[in-house]
Design a protein around this ligand. Structure first.
Ligand SMILES: [Cu+2]
Length: 200
């Protein structure tokens, strides 16, 4: 039980430090031989995954609305259901403005989490939740873009079954698909509502 939490803390700390330090993409202008900053955060990016009814879903489908992105897996015993519950409550707290935000859950376990399984899972947390799966390669690419770390491990308490350690940050992306901010695991719903409201 300690492993997931440790990873959450370490992963959260590292990403927080990365973003907090204002790491920017550095472009070297070879002609002028100087370094310029583009000001873009290194989190997020295009993804092409599979959603409800086997439909291809890409980040572009959500332009014009904010994306609230969380990575996890439906067999997760604690962190994922807790966090999705908080997301759901935080969005309820927004009232009508909740329409401006699409909560998106991307599985890190495409072997077990089919698009149907993820869709059925997220419906427990609200009708607007989007659940996404995809090929292991597409999932790995999306996770990498969002700086999500995850690792399978054999769960001794459940025999043959494996579990997945994963970092657990929530990412708020803007209507243009660009990274705005992240919200750490464990943030209470009312605080999350406050943060979201600030950027809508
Ligand atoms: Cu989880």
């Amino acid at each position: 039980m300690r492993r997931p939490f440790l990873l959450v803390i370490v992963g959260g700390f590292l990403l927080g430090a990365l973003i907090g330090a204002g790491i920017l993409i550095l472009n070297t202008d070879m002609q002028n031989n100087r370094v310029t900053t583009s000001g873009k955060a290194l989190v997020g990016g295009p993804f092409e995954l599979v959603g409800k009814d086997g439909k291809t879903v890409s980040d572009k489908d959500f332009r014009g609305r904010h994306m609230l992105v969380f990575f996890g897996f439906t067999h997760c015993p604690d962190i994922c259901p807790a966090e999705l519950q908080v997301m759901s409550a935080a969005l309820d707290g927004l009232g009508k403005d909740a329409d401006k935000v699409v909560p998106i859950f991307i599985t890190l376990d495409p072997e077990r989490d089919t698009p149907e399984a993820v869709t059925a899972y997220v419906e427990n947390f609200g009708p607007n939740f989007v659940g996404l799966s995809g090929s292991p390669e597409a999932i790995a690419k999306a996770a990498k873009a969002y700086r999500v770390t995850y690792q399978k491990f054999q769960d001794e308490s459940t025999g043959d079954n494996y579990s997945i350690d994963h970092s657990a940050l929530l990412y708020l992306m803007g209507p243009d698909g660009e990274y705005i901010t992240h919200i750490p695991y464990g943030t209470p719903a009312d605080k999350m509502t406050e943060t979201l409201r600030r950027y809508l």
